[in-house]
Write a protein that binds this ligand. Structure first.
Ligand SMILES: *Cc1c(COP(=O)(O)O)cnc(C)c1O
Length: 221
């Protein structure tokens, strides 16, 4: 087994008692790295830049399930609308409207997660729970015919303090459980390389893991 496939294997082994989807976050990594994971059986991959996602999707195997996990600009929705499996970072009503519009153009329902701001840092994107509640009350989410709201996504504060991370994940899980019956939700996407164990303990069923699979990213080149 190659090293990348081996890393995935080890992660899965350590999570054998959980029910979840593993999204391998391949941003900044070359196609060869993705192929290595693919050869080990991995099919869900996540990218955070539209151009990189489009370029990779064009040349890699067609049975890969592509996730857009990063901040998405409205004018770029059209490039991924035809093939993206799930957009994790939907964080404004305007973006929802745009995704709905692009879905309508190609007659495709696009799966989305609402990103919820749970971290103490204000650098992270996302709706507040109040904003989401308001959209539900106004019927906005229910009226987007070309969007399937599949669930919620959140990122915890980047801290070594596990109590903070656990409480943020638990808070999002409570909100998820509240909305689940109202919107027919199925996915709670939380957990990255540094905190996926905590996330799964707190109720996550989709983890987005990059560096623990592919190694540290090098943004210098
Ligand atoms: C990069 C990224 C990840 C993966 O981060 P790692 O710490 O490398 O696992 C997960 N989610 C989002 C939204 C990201 O941008």
């Amino acid at each position: 087994m190659n090293q990348i496939a081996e890393n995935i294997h080890q992660i899965k082994k350590s999570l054998a008692n959980h029910d979840y989807t593993l999204v391998a976050v391949s941003k900044t990594k070359p196609n060869e790295a993705i192929t290595s994971a693919y050869e080990g059986g991995q099919r869900h991959f996540g990218e955070n830049k539209v151009q990189e996602l489009v370029d990779k999707q064009a040349v890699l195997p067609k049975d890969i399930t592509w996730h857009m996990i990063g901040h998405l600009q409205r004018n770029k929705v059209k490039y991924i609308a035809p093939f993206v499996y799930l957009i994790h970072g939907v964080d404004t009503e305007k973006l929802l409207v745009q995704i709905n519009k692009e879905g309508k153009k190609i007659n495709r329902k696009i799966n989305c997660l609402l990103q919820v701001h749970i971290a103490k840092e204000d650098t992270k994107f996302g709706f507040s729970t109040t904003e989401i509640n308001e959209m539900i009350e106004k019927g906005i989410l229910q009226n987007l015919q070309y969007i399937e709201i599949k669930g919620l996504m959140g990122m915890a504060t980047n801290t070594k303090d596990q109590e903070v991370v656990i409480s943020e994940f638990s808070e999002l899980n409570s909100f998820y459980k509240k909305l689940k019956p109202l919107l027919n939700l199925e996915i709670l996407s939380m957990g990255m390389s540094g905190d996926y164990h905590l996330a799964l303990e707190a109720g996550s069923n989709m983890v987005r893991i990059g560096s623990a699979i592919f190694g540290e990213r090098d943004y210098a080149n």
